[in-house]
Design a protein around this ligand. Structure first.
Ligand code: AMP
Length: 365
């Protein structure tokens, strides 16, 4: 069978690399002639809203999925008339607008930071007054990795926040004094089977994910159950098929608040390639194909470090026992995700040791 993928970045590339052993073929639609997934699969160069390109990928595919959540919802709806598309377009629609997303979570009884929308300077001031300071002002759409955000610490910051972001429709969120950030990655099959990988603890710098550690020291059964309950509500409500990730804030009392969801494979699940019985990529492909899902059991202890802006010297990574290098075949530029390294060990103590050796190599300060 052929899996069509909207988007040709590293997530698409890793989907293909996990799907080939299952005997699948891949075709990507991406506007960039240089996209990294084009190195490992057929590539249609075109815009996501070009109907003739969408028709072509539908014709060449048995099932279509996406690896990028800013694909226009209209494109997914257009495709849904021609071919099976997973996850459903409503998942895209909800996750593309932070206001729709937080409203969706709230309607499902899932806790979020307090939020209010704001479309004018006056509404922004009123929204900040409502949620209190500090507050985080975010653009409702096209924000990622902390881009399109402004932290308002006092009323005096409202004017500058409006000047910085007011061109777009905004959401104001209470600033959450979280203890740590975690994410739950799960998968739902076409038959409704649902599996979750262990919660990952995520460390960000400059709004960008640096290190993900599944089942870290902070992991508890209670947190896992709470996160699975949150994600199960979302998966069921959307009749979801495929991998879904939800980013969570952990409060000091152990309560989880949902920050955002990604209707796709997720950076905090990359460790599953080397550290789980079945990776998020393989299970996403299995789900899209209607095949049985694989075990999400963790194998040993692992952690993933992103290589951002520069790739580490390969030999420096490979000489560390248990380290697995994943290069995305991209040209280096500042802030660009170029690859990642997963390190796997037999114990948490050994993992900490190997991680300490790898951090200066992969993510120098
Ligand atoms: P986002 O683009 O919403 O994932 O935000 C990027 C990062 O900013 C998150 O991973 C958090 O570290 C931080 N952040 C976002 N929203 C809030 C919030 N309401 N309170 C505190 N920190 C936040």
């Amino acid at each position: 069978m052929t899996v069509g993928v909207l988007g040709g970045g590293q997530l698409g590339r890793m989907l293909a690399l996990s799907g080939y052993p299952l005997g699948q073929r891949f075709v990507f639609l991406d506007p960039s002639p240089e996209c990294t997934a084009g190195q490992v699969g057929a590539h249609i160069v075109g815009a996501y809203d070009a109907e003739e390109k969408l028709t072509e990928i539908a014709r060449r595919s048995d099932v279509v999925t996406y690896e990028f959540e800013n694909v226009p919802v209209a494109a997914a709806r257009f495709l849904e008339e021609l071919v099976r598309v997973f996850p459903p377009s409503r998942a895209l629609e909800v996750s593309q607008d932070r206001l729709a997303e937080k409203t969706f979570f709230t309607d499902l009884g899932i806790g979020t930071p307090a939020f209010r929308e704001a479309s004018s300077r006056e509404e922004l001031a009123a929204a900040v007054a409502h949620v209190g300071t500090p507050a985080v002002v975010k653009t409702r759409r096209f924000g990622y990795d902390g881009k399109g955000q402004y932290v308002v610490r006092s009323d005096a910051d409202v004017g500058p926040a409006w000047d910085a972001l007011g061109a777009a429709r905004l959401i104001v969120e209470a600033f959450v004094p979280f203890e740590r950030e975690m994410s739950i990655v799960g998968v739902r099959g076409r038959d409704g089977d649902v599996r979750f990988w262990p919660l990952s603890e995520n460390v960000h710098r400059g709004g960008v994910l640096r290190v993900s550690t599944p089942m870290s020291d902070a992991w508890t059964e209670a947190l896992q159950r709470q996160a699975e309950d949150i994600a199960t509500r979302v998966l069921r409500e959307l009749s979801y098929v495929g991998v879904l990730a939800i980013e969570l804030f952990v409060l000091p009392d152990g309560t989880l608040l949902a920050n955002e969801m990604a209707p796709r494979v997720h950076n905090s699940g990359h460790w599953t390639i080397d550290g789980a019985e079945t990776s998020q990529f393989e299970n996403h492909v299995r789900a899209c194909l209607g095949a049985p899902l694989g075990s999400t059991r963790m194998v040993g202890f692992s952690a993933m470090i992103n290589a951002i802006g520069a790739m580490p010297v390969a030999a420096d990574v490979l000489r560390v026992e248990g380290a697995h290098l994943h290069s995305y075949g991209k040209d280096a530029s500042p802030g660009r995700k170029l690859g990642h390294v997963t390190v796997r060990a037999e114990s948490r103590a050994e993992l900490a040791e190997q991680l300490a050796r790898l951090m200066p190599v992969v993510d120098p300060p």
